[in-house]
Design a protein around this ligand. Sequence first.
Ligand code: SAM
Length: 455
Amino acid sequence: MTLPEHILQAFINAPGFDQTAFCRVHEEGGQVVSIRLNPTKFNDVAALSFNLGASVPWALQGYYLAERPIFTFEPLLHAGAFYVQEASSMFLEQAIRQCCDLSKGLTVLDLCAAPGGKSTHLLSLISAESVLVSNEVIRSRAAILEENLVKWGNTNSIVTNNDPRDFAALGGMFDVIVIDAPCSGSGMFRRDPESVHGWSVDLVNLCSQRQQRILADAWPALKEGGVLIYSTCSYSVEEDELIADWIAGQLDATTIPLNIDEGWNLVSSSGPVHKSAGYRFYPDKVKGEGFFLAAFRKNVNADMPRKNKSKPKWETVPKNIKEALRPWVNTENLTVINSNENLLALTAATEKCLLQLSSMYIRNAGINLGKWAGKDLVPGHAFALSHLTSSEIPVLSLDRETALNYLRKEEIDAGDMPKGWALVQFMGHSLGWIKQLGNRANNYYPKEWRILKPA
Ligand code: SAM
């Protein structure tokens, strides 16, 4: 791909921009493929049809792959045992590790979260006592976010579908806010050459204004002393250093410089007025795509967390119901709530956070264990993908081909399994439920998530 002159001219003054090397790497058009493992699920490289390559230097669970497999045909992707994520974006890990005390129970907001790369990463970094609220404003994208988070399988996660301005009304309730802002997307030119045609100076200006609006809207929701992490996949100074400086100046925040290994080859930059520290990733310098990140601490907050006077919209289930769930699930350290007939298992901190979010549109909270149908539980798909399933539940182990047929929602021969519900697994990784009826078994894989791609 040859980049047009007007685009190159726009980046000419960007810190660390090397036009010759930048053009060369785009002309070569190489593809960097990387994944991040789910430390609570992934347990066997033999369950993958590909080999893991070198580690991503700034992310403990990140790995490069020599080539791009057909990820759709990897059962472990559907089991939530790994996530396909661009390597540079995994740098979020350094910001979180260096700016936050991860041994504490933190309340974290990922404001622009779909499809869920940063959110799944955050869930692997924060403690079990912490809570992650993953928000996405666009409804169709919120559904994909929810799917990816259900697959990741955490009891301390909440998915919301709100406009950033709705968070301002909550007051300073978050210890950390991550804003991976919608941007002009130049950092993805190599990966998606078509996106070059949609790029313009006007788009950059529009994105820059939108970024300021999103930041200003969310700012009251950050606690005093809380951490803001701002990132884009744009090379434009207008969306990177100038926004970072705007945060330091207009929002009253202190820049947090990060410790960077020289061998990573990042470009450290500094805002023109407030000297806000920023970190740039160029594809001609790192094994990854274009990315920018800056971290800040909030100086003062006039907005205390709003006292929530509304009653919960759910009931905490009584002991006898928890007892009835015992053959299915060990809920000892969890709260189980009944929300519109759905039984949700979540941590105490997640329930508390949910109460504070009563004015928001909640898509999901904790693990949906399922619903009662009379005295029987119809188990939820999220439950299969969690760590809460009791070892007493029968398991049907499938080989790779049959596992893929299960994920296509085809009929599966359950052999002489006992009648009733069984977990379907591929090499120890749960994929979903079937119900053995005797002469046949019903496949309960969610229709909207099934594999459509032909073999
Ligand atoms: N953080 C995500 C990840 O790692 O997978 C990627 C986020 S993407 C760069 C930016 C997101 O912001 C998109 O999902 C987009 O739908 C959302 N978005 C678009 N306009 C927005 C707005 N006005 N306010 C908040 N979010 C917006």
